[in-house]
Design a protein around this ligand. Structure first.
Ligand code: AHR
Length: 492
């Protein structure tokens, strides 16, 4: 078994890890909202005002910090007035992007914002730029957030909500280089500047690059980042297992070479963050430091749908490979938390790399859910310096075996999260922590075959367990890293 050296310098605090890095995304797509989050008040499935009780509890347990809605591509077709008022009079529309199904708008603004209040998370609402107007967007923001007297606030009160809600983040369009209007960066930045002018009272997030599109970021930073016009710039990058959008690969049936190829593609996020940060940094000046955050508001693994399910519903299984994708990305976001201020995995229930899958009244927590659970110690903690002597798994592509990040929270506790992507090798990590004074250690491990899943019949096949493979000896830590595993360690 190979031994790798690791160093942690607890006194070298690098940046604050924004809790919103552990954020999520819910779109009117497939069974994410309907069936996944919302079943309606009359459903036999246990619910609170129509919201699934089991899902609310699961979200609370991982301290889900922020939820993005209503899309995605759906956002740029969404007219919010369709989703308010008495249920029976809400307009039915065709969901043109996702399966061409009927959207009955029974989950609208009130339902989403009440749901966020129930879960205790911040709301991130994306307004329609692609097929909407500035007036429509401005009215929506006023309807949701104003405490003053106006036609919009009167309408809200008439619909049963006296007090405004808190909407912390407004997204101005989604993928406007693609499904949100096929715009050029130059054109969108003008449109963005105009929209943002009339939307007040929330942090504004602009549509950012597709993957590592440097030009898009450069134009947006140049034309739209000054004078507080933008607090966040979004970024979307998906891991496609085969790298081929036409045949992405199965979420359950794949071999070791595809597992490794998927993880190598996930590591591309490291390069994206480095390149994008460098472009954004060029526009920092002495007065406006890191005021524009990078918001990775769509990320995760995108595989082929489960055979026999609606191709427009993007329903896939979730395995130890997904757990690894989650751990690698979350560690990367922590390590880049000087600039990454939010991230929203796609999507929260029943779509793409979901943390929860539902079938009727049954619910399973996926391996990805467990990774989020194991990483909660990093929320709002200080990222501290760590380095690990790594090992490349592949000869011809970049794939480090180990991914790690370390933080110290307000109580002085240290949290270490480490993943070993190798399914061939376990490692001994010899870790030195100069001047660290800890007396207790506890750890959890999530491991299994690379394609192991939780199913409705075996919901706990992949679940974290307490781990005694970590030993603390003064300023030294000895960590045994099993094959294909994610470990979280707490030192107090
Ligand atoms: O998450 C699924 C889709 O992926 C979103 O609607 C869109 O923004 C992206 O292309």
């Amino acid at each position: 078994m190979a031994t790798l050296k690791m160093t942690i310098d607890k006194s070298n605090k690098l940046s604050k890890i924004n809790k919103n890095i552990y954020g999520h995304f819910s779109e009117h797509l497939g069974r994410c909202i309907y069936g996944g989050i919302y079943v309606g008040k009359d459903s036999p499935i246990p619910n609170i005002n129509g919201f699934r009780k089991d899902v609310v509890e699961a979200f609370k347990a991982i301290k889900l910090p922020v939820l993005r809605w209503p899309g995605g591509c759906f956002a740029d077709t969404y007219h919010w007035m369709d989703g308010i008022g008495p249920l029976e009079s809400r307009k039915k529309i065709v969901n043109i992007h996702w399966g061409g199904v009927t959207e009955d708008n029974s989950f609208g603004t009130h339902e989403f914002l009440d749901f966020c209040e129930l879960v205790g998370c911040d709301a991130y609402v994306s307004v329609n730029v692609g097929s909407g107007t500035i007036e429509e967007a401005a009215n929506w923001v006023e309807y949701m957030t104003s405490a003053n007297e106006s036609p919009m606030t009167e309408l809200r009160k008439k619909n049963g909500r006296e007090e405004p809600w808190k909407v912390k983040f407004i997204g101005i369009g989604n993928e406007n280089w693609g499904c949100g209007g096929n715009m050029s960066a130059e054109y969108y930045s003008d449109v963005y500047n105009q929209f943002q002018c009339f939307l007040r009272g929330a942090e504004k997030i602009a549509c950012g690059p597709n993957s590592n599109d440097i030009h898009w970021t450069d134009v947006m930073m140049n034309k739209s980042s000054g004078f507080g016009k933008m607090q966040g710039l979004s970024l979307h990058y998906y891991t496609i297992p085969t790298g081929n959008w036409g045949k992405k690969g199965s979420s359950t049936d794949f071999e070791k070479d595809e597992y490794y190829a998927s993880l190598s593609r996930t590591w591309y996020m490291e390069r994206i963050l480095r390149d994008q940060k460098a472009v954004m940094q060029r526009y920092n000046d002495i007065n406006s430091k890191h005021t524009v955050g990078l918001v990775v508001d769509e990320w995760g693994i995108w595989a082929d749908v489960i055979p026999g399910t609606n191709p427009g519903f993007l329903y896939q299984q979730n395995s130890m490979r997904d757990a690894m994708v989650a751990a690698i990305n979350l560690n990367l976001f922590n390590l880049n938390s000087d600039r990454v201020k939010m991230a929203n995995i796609a999507q929260v229930v029943n779509v793409l790399q979901a943390i929860i899958l539902t079938e009727g009244e049954k619910m399973v927590k996926t391996p990805t859910y467990h990774v989020f659970d194991m990483f909660t110690g990093h929320m709002e903690a200080d990222l501290v310096y760590s380095s690990v002597e790594n090992k490349q798994i592949l000869d011809d592509n970049y794939l480090p075996a180990i991914s790690q990040s370390v933080s110290v929270d307000a109580d002085g506790k240290m949290h270490i999260t480490i993943a070993n992507a190798s399914v061939d090798e376990e490692f001994d990590i010899d870790c030195v922590m100069p001047r660290a004074e800890y007396t207790t250690v506890s750890a959890k491990v999530l491991s299994g075959e690379f394609n192991a899943c939780n199913t409705f019949d075996a919901p706990d096949a992949v679940a974290p367990v307490c781990y005694d493979g970590v030993k603390l000896d003064g300023e030294k830590l000895a960590i045994k890293l099993p094959k294909c595993s994610v470990i979280s360690i707490e030192l107090a």
